[in-house]
Design a protein around this ligand. Structure first.
Ligand SMILES: [Ca+2]
Ligand SMILES: [Ca+2]
Ligand SMILES: [Ca+2]
Ligand SMILES: [Ca+2]
Length: 611
């Protein structure tokens, strides 16, 4: 072997049947040191980095927005208020001095979408805390789950956007815990679920607790098949609960996802079914660019939107790829698999990163993923492809998918390079995870980085930006003058030759009735083309057929419209639209398509239904 050092490392990773043995539990190692913040001169400017389309902002800053020189912060968990996406809360492992591994529950909040952050301090100051996991309920109440040195968890609650927190509520627990809140609007809405790993825990194989009273108390833990270890949890649109990780029973070294099998009921404990899921490789436990930590945990997330992919679940992780003689050696990639709603089967894994394999050099590590209600999947990870062979020189990278993870956008670098190995607080890792929450237009990411030569926590908003204007393409497309005629969520200006979808015509009768106050009520049958989802109404003067102008460019999809007629004798045409193209104005007496109106709402592509 030409690279024996890496071969040995991989051999160890791949041979591991019991991942917990490779990682130390989170425990109190050292007493607190003198807080770096006490030296009022130990300050430098808070980091704000514009890189391409993306602005990264430091989160753990003092009241004046400055970096505290000599502290350290990592392993951030993020939650976004569903009622106000500008209100975000991040929790992390706060080391008040880099000279001690003593850590506490740091948190910060923003009300301006991450433009500025307030870091008020730590939860219950003086208490050793690790493994922060944050989530939020449908009414915007935030929850912060935190592991203590006795391997028991506390859950804190904030009803003011993360400004302040309740007293801690005991929540059983164990190491490598995760929290998920049900926002389904169903029976289980507001239920909290907490999971942890078997080793360093309260209750043996009972590794999952639940709160049915908004975090005021937690129910006795229940078992979960395959003991999902080192992964996230998620709750689906019907209150179904997912937990991801590796097989904590140690009988395999594969990825697993457990899914609840009963409907949420406060009186009946949740029960689970466990699946082994192939991600085309194994989890990375220690070594590589994160010697004392995970080089990536499992991420499970579920589409809770109303679209065709509602209820689909996804498993995404950095993986040590399965090595074969046909595959060049690759230390780590990002892979994703999808659970189909109809069959409950998991699809084969797909690779997210698009770099050219550079033998043993390109690490795509610490990946995180999430799905927006409109179906877009966002993935972020640390990528060493531009690190000139140094596995510690990484950038945050981003890619997105609109087809359930089958295909991915070109990967983009979101930040400059940084050295992930500097600034460790006496523990050779940058935490075990980063986190992302996806909204319709953007994904909010919390991650640790060392842009200023020490380890701090940062926020960045990622988004598709094919035209490089610094604005999410989803936001661009809300402008009526920006078209997406092929309905692929990419502004057509970014595409060389989009194949535009057309629209049909309004079959049957257009009926005219009287509405209140002399107004007219127009009603029509739907379009002949099933995909058409909106209508434009045109008005013209009888006898002057070319005179028609738009009365309304949208009915919001409705098949009726009340309007105040122009004076004189008027006529009306209703034209369906689909994907930024409008359809037919009907045919004239010779059977030819009538010409579009001057000043038409949209360019025309007619789809001839059944013809
Ligand atoms: Ca700092
Ligand atoms: Ca790779
Ligand atoms: Ca854009
Ligand atoms: Ca397009």
């Amino acid at each position: 072997m030409s690279h024996p050092r890496f071969a040995i490392l991989l051999g160890l990773l791949l041979a591991s049947p019991a991942p917990a043995a490779f990682l130390e539990n989170e425990r109190l190692d050292q007493p607190p040191g003198k807080p770096a913040s006490e030296d009022v001169f130990a300050r430098s400017p808070g980091m704000r980095i514009l890189f391409g389309s993306y602005e990264t902002t430091q989160v753990n800053v003092d009241a004046a927005g400055r970096n505290i020189v000599g502290d350290a912060a990592n392993e951030p968990s993020i939650a976004v208020n569903p009622l106000n996406p500008q209100n975000i809360v991040i929790g992390w492992r706060q080391f008040n001095t880099v000279t001690s591994n003593f850590r506490q529950g740091g948190w910060a909040y923003t009300f301006d979408g991450g433009g500025s952050w307030t870091f008020p301090g730590v939860l219950t100051p003086g208490t050793f805390r690790s493994d922060p996991s944050l989530d939020v309920d449908a009414s915007g109440t935030f929850f912060y789950e935190s592991l203590k040195q006795n391997f028991r968890m506390d859950v804190f609650r904030s009803t003011n956007g993360g400004v302040s927190w309740s007293a801690p509520v005991p929540a059983f627990g164990g190491d490598k815990n995760w929290l998920a809140v049900d926002r389904s609007g169903g029976t289980g809405d507001g239920f909290l679920y907490g999971i942890w790993q078997l080793g360093g825990a309260c209750c043996g194989n009972n590794v999952l607790t639940r709160s049915v009273d908004h975090g005021l108390g937690f129910q006795p833990p229940v078992p979960v098949p395959l003991l999902p270890t080192f992964g996230t949890m998620a709750v689906g649109p019907d209150g179904e609960v997912y937990a991801s990780g590796v097989d904590g029973t140690g009988s395999t070294n594969g990825f697993v996802v457990a899914r609840s099998t009963n409907d949420p009921d406060p009186l009946i404990p949740p029960s689970f079914h466990g699946d082994l899921v192939s991600l085309g490789g194994t989890m990375g436990f220690g070594g590589g660019p994160n010697p004392g930590g995970l080089t990536g945990q499992a991420n499970v997330f579920v589409n809770t939107g109303q679209g065709l992919r509602r209820g689909e679940a996804y498993l995404l992780s950095s993986v040590v790829p399965g090595q074969t003689t046909l595959q060049p050696p690759d230390p780590m990639n990002v892979h994703v698999a999808r659970r189909e709603v109809e069959t409950a089967a998991w699809t084969p894994p797909v690779k997210v990163n698009d770099d050219t394999v550079n033998p043993w050099l390109n690490w795509q590590w610490m990946a995180a993923g999430s799905v927006a209600p409109n179906g877009r999947i966002d993935a972020v990870w640390l990528d060493t492809r531009n690190g000139a062979g140094n596995m510690n020189i990484a950038q945050l990278f981003y890619a997105y998918s609109w087809d359930g993870g089958d295909t991915w956008s070109p990967n983009v670098a979101v930040t400059p390079s940084f050295d992930s190995s500097v600034g460790y607080p006496n523990q050779a890792k940058m935490g075990d995870y980063m986190t992302i929450v996806s909204g319709p237009a953007v994904g909010d990411v919390a991650f640790a980085a060392t842009f200023n030569g020490e380890e701090d926590v940062y926020h960045v908003r990622v988004f598709p930006d094919c035209n490089g204007n610094g604005i999410s393409d989803i936001t661009d497309l809300a402008d009526p003058s920006v078209f997406d005629c092929n309905a692929n969520h990419v502004p057509d200006d970014c595409e060389t030759a989009p194949v535009c979808l057309g629209a049909g015509d309004v079959a049957g009768e257009l009926t005219l009735g009287k509405a209140a106050g002399g107004d007219l009520l127009l009603q029509w049958d739907g379009s002949c083309a099933g995909g058409d989802d909106d209508y434009a109404v045109y008005e013209g003067t009888l006898g002057s057929f070319g005179s028609r102008v738009p009365v309304s460019c949208t009915t919001g999809g409705g098949t009726s419209r009340v309007l105040t007629p122009a004076t004189g004798d008027t006529y009306y045409l209703v034209v369906p639209s689909h994907a930024d193209r409008e359809g037919s104005y009907g045919r004239d007496s010779t059977g030819s398509e009538r010409a579009p109106a001057a000043g038409a709402c949209l360019p025309q592509v007619v789809l001839h239904c059944g013809a």
